[in-house]
Design a protein around this ligand. Sequence first.
Ligand SMILES: [Zn+2]
Length: 389
Amino acid sequence: MIDLSSIKAIDAHNHGLPLSILRRNDPAGMIDRCTITGMCIPSSNLAGAVAADFVSGLSQTTPFALALIRELAGFLGCDPSLEAVQRSRNERLVADGVGYLRSLMKSAGIAGLIVDDGYPQPRVDPAILREEYAVPIGSVVRIEPLILEALETATSWRSLNETFAERLSAAIDAGAIAIKSIIAYRSGLDIAWPSGEDLEAHFSRWRDAGLPRGRGSSKIMRDALAYSAADVAKRHDVPFHIHCGGGDSDIFLEQARPSCLFPFLKDRFEQDIVLIHAGWPWTDEAAFIASILPRVYIETSLATPWASLALEQKLNTLLGVAPPRKVLYGSDASSEPEILWFSARVMRRTLARVLENGIGSGWLVEKEARMIAEDVLAGNVRRLHRLDF
Ligand SMILES: [Zn+2]
């Protein structure tokens, strides 16, 4: 089997998890919070809908949770049981949190983190993450919190748009390496320039209604702001990351498919856009779009790490259909740092299997397979964002 263990990974999409937040979490729910169901319950305010041990019941037969417990037990040197792993991990976090986080990065061969600063809120200072994790941090500025900030003083569409664009530009000047939007959670991915619409009238209507999420004036305002954000990204020559595909239950699922975003991608064909989450679960659509639009890139979460049994199939599609030079590895860790660790391990071994199959079936020779692995694990994200790490 081709060995990728020496190739360092740069995680192209994840969220700041400083010790100050990690230590507030209930140690007994750590593994549950790592599963996709457990992670989505708090982020979409569904905690009241299920009993506290409901997710634990699911985790008992979820391949992702079972493998995570086993492998963490190996790393921590404890019994491979849920209780022992959570206890041992909490002891490490309390006794020497910084040492523990750094050991996770080192063990997983992680050479850098590209952090979406929109979650958690308030924004986590990248300098804190740099210190605690001891790896380089690339910060991505999310537009939705900036829209809210600009709305505090905006008296018109014009002033909203101006303040928003100024703040976005300032964030890039201050070091952000990309711009990110989660418009799929606000009004849907079917972004269109609102030609012929009276933007000032829509601004008043949206503000007077209390700035709701959804379609109508909300969508018209957010679509126009997405175009402004794309303009700023183009002017500063940084990639635009767009959440594409499913997510937690707050998503506008009918308008979350990669194909919904296609008209916007075609409109902005001359700038770099990264489909964060690979259009999950519609990864075949995302891969197809990246195969025909030259500057559309794909980031591999949520397939990595949560697809577990289905991950090989997803990677086969992404790397067989999209040009591998445009596929960026990411974990979308947003609850616990063990996801960063586990996801990098899962990606390396699944990628090895997929590439090994590619060699076996005559599509690749070993040298080419290694080149693809190096690109996907770090080279592509590094080149696209001109990282110095
Ligand atoms: Zn994310």
